[in-house]
Ligand binder design. Sequence first.
Ligand SMILES: Cc1cc2nc3c(=O)[nH]c(=O)nc-3n(C[C@H](O)[C@H](O)[C@H](O)COP(=O)(O)O)c2cc1C
Length: 414
Amino acid sequence: MQTLAALLRERAPGDQLALKDRALDVAAEGVTIADARLPDRPLIYVNEGFERVTGYPAAEALGRNCRFLQGPGTDLVEVERIRAAVAGERECVVEILNYRKDGTTFWNRLSITPVRDDRGEVTHFIGVQSDVTARRLAEEGLRSAKEALEHDLRMAARVQQSLLPPPEMHLPGLRVARAFHPCTDLGGDAVGVVPLPHDSVGLYLADVSGHGVGAALLSFTLNHLLSPSRDGSVLVEDAGEGPAVVSPARLAGRLNRQFPMGRTRQYFTLVYGAYDGSRGRLRYVVSGHPPPILLPVARPPAPLPGQGLPIGMFEDASWQDETVTLEPGDRIYFYTDGVTEAHDDSEVEFGSARLMAELERVRGLPLREGLDLVADAVREWSGGGPKDDVSLLAIERVNRRTGVEGARTPASAW
Ligand SMILES: Cc1cc2nc3c(=O)[nH]c(=O)nc-3n(C[C@H](O)[C@H](O)[C@H](O)COP(=O)(O)O)c2cc1C
């Protein structure tokens, strides 16, 4: 392909100039030349592109300093940048709000370059004006859409926080604490404590697949479904002899039918337990969730038995109830895999052994205080920003009459 210089060499000098003019005129950008040697640097050339961009015919622009394009909305900081560059005979590029002849505004991406003669003295400045309004509007639209979305997410996160049980609850014979740290403003974890008939309490921790709005919506729905309502709850049934607590395994089956993955494109893991306060007995089900950890008063912590498929994945899945009886002072911890799978800089997972060591470490502390420390340890492990939600729910059986927990045996005793 021929270069412009080669093309021009083939022509007579007059033709060369006409060709350059033509090239400048068909350009989409405005091209202007100001004379640096005349007072106030007036324009001595504008191409057709300038006329198209600004609406000013050449006759109205020539002889004037190009600041006539500025108006009340023009940012004076940008004007100052141009002034300094021109005074310092330097190149500059700015984006500045300018006004067309008809008074409408446009964003001008303006580049100004000094031209020097053989002695190095600046004789002219060349300006190139591009109308970048469409890009700026798109950027502004995107920015305000992002701001609106962020605002909505913050509001939704607030609603989610308001649905949480209090961080600590003192129920007859039972102490409950929870920690909830979504990795984004909105979490896909759901945590709840629900009063049930017959001196019982329902406790659950669910972890919806994925993050963000989709996961949060399903976790909202779950919270709503599992919360007590005037029409009763899915956690309670009446088989003719008054209200009875639904078995955890039956609940898992119900939820599985209600939230098939084919419809929601999501599944969730769940650990749900119904604690019978009169017997100190927890009946629970584990659905694709890490098994709860039992921290007995006088023995080291250990995972409880129980395993089952996540909810929503398989239509014909079934679950099995597990049972554990607590002595006063015994604790049980539910947690999401965001805890054990939190990893540090070297991709090492927090893991269940470390979690159990942490639970051991805080066994002498009140339930909530200890739980908060464990959640802090997980967050610290992943540098303060885990990739997944970190949620924990803990219970401790307390002596019904005194409200005092059982004697705590320090780890050093075994
Ligand atoms: C070649 C050239 C082209 C210019 N084109 C524009 C322009 O399109 N829009 C604009 O706002 N300023 C433009 N300016 C900048 C103004 O002419 C002026 O330098 C600027 O407003 C700073 O000086 P002042 O503070 O004296 O106004 C151009 C300057 C030069 C030298």
